[in-house]
Ligand binder design. Structure first.
Ligand code: SF4
Length: 340
């Protein structure tokens, strides 16, 4: 089976061309076609010789997935369902906002973390995605005319549980020979795997780290995020977050999805404010997208705002993140489940 070029690092790609008796400068031309120009066919690569294009096409592919569903919402959020040759499917989402074009990528098919409110974890983990399969999700929405400006690792799967492929994809996204994005335009959202956060702090990548907290005490966190909460307490998690801040000097984002009657009381807000004061962080309050067969709901607007106000009054930097794409199976993993 042909290998997908997106799985090769720029150095590996240079080596592959040298092995084909090509001059090293061809690698630069090829990389420009693969990333900034997001070519999907070798035929498009007009400054490469025909024999080279044919050689490349006989050994490699530029895409590995096919698009099996596309949902576009009234707010222009676009969700694609991609199917890989093994029949596994994954979602990728474009969220346009003025000149900003953010792609939300998945890092795994399904997820092993089993968070109680999440559609992606309902069927467990099918497999990890390769770096190329992660990058393809971005390139599906990218072109020279309409470039992707931001990438958030917030789709299906836990990025730090697929560490090597995730980091390889991020390195290509920020590589001047790749997509040349600023690391600051990349957000990695983790359910809170402490070892992975510590490892990430040692990488020279000043990305934005978002930690899915969703509960302000260990007892509730064990109910909502059992796998993550059984691996580490909130205190241990905040210590790891502080290590990341000390190493990368990037303020941490704590994500907190409000669930009606579950984690949205005044006491919860006060507990959350106390945690937020322990590290340099801001809090993103997220509205919940209901998932079929799960019993959680988003609180009403009054309750939502009251929770946000209570955090602000306690000196917490809080942002409200309303849901985008709510008419496109917005909860991650939902389109994949519905089209299964
Ligand atoms: S919320 Fe994230 S970590 Fe938890 S099950 Fe869903 S995809 Fe996995």
């Amino acid at each position: 089976m042909s290998r997908c070029l997106l799985n090769l690092t720029p150095d590996q790609l240079r080596d592959a061309l040298v092995a084909m008796n090509e001059k090293p400068f061809r690698a630069k031309q090829l990389l420009q076609w693969i990333y900034p120009k997001a070519a999907s066919e070798f035929e498009e690569m007009s400054n490469l010789s025909k024999p080279l294009r044919e050689n490349l096409a006989s050994e490699f592919t530029l895409r590995s997935a096919t698009v099996v569903a596309e949902n576009v919402c009234a707010d222009n959020t676009c969700k694609l369902l991609l199917e890989f040759p093994d029949g596994e499917r994954v979602e990728t989402v474009l969220i346009p906002d003025g000149t900003r074009r953010t792609v939300c990528v998945s890092t795994q098919i399904g997820c092993a973390m089993g968070c109680a409110f999440c559609a992606s974890g309902l069927d467990g983990l099918a497999r990890n995605l390769t770096a190329g399969e992660i990058l393809e999700q971005v390139l599906r929405f990218h072109s020279l005319e309409t470039p992707v400006t931001n990438v958030v690792f917030m789709g299906s799967g836990e990025p730090l549980a697929n560490y090597d492929a995730t980091i390889q994809a991020i390195r290509i996204l920020i590589d001047p020979a790749g997509l040349n994005l600023s690391a600051r335009k990349i957000t990695l959202s983790t359910v809170g795997l402490v070892k992975g956060i510590r490892r990430l702090a040692e990488e020279d990548i000043p990305l934005t780290l978002a930690i899915s907290l969703h509960a302000p005490n260990d007892e509730l966190r064990r109910e909502l995020l059992p796998t993550a909460a059984n691996k580490a307490t909130i205190e241990e998690l905040l210590d790891a977050a502080q290590e990341f801040y000390d190493a990368r000097h990037r303020e941490i984002t704590l994500e907190y999805t409000l669930l009606d009657g579950v984690n949205d009381s005044n006491l919860h807000a006060d507990q959350l404010a106390n945690l937020a004061h322990q590290i340099r962080c801001n809090i993103n309050l997220l509205s919940y997208n209901p998932v079929e067969n799960l019993d959680f709901q988003c609180p009403n607007e009054v309750r939502f705002q009251a929770f946000a106000n209570r955090l602000s009054q306690r000196g917490v930097n809080v942002n409200i993140r309303t849901s985008r794409g709510s008419d496109a199976d917005a909860a991650c993993g939902q389109l994949r489940r519905r089209k299964a």
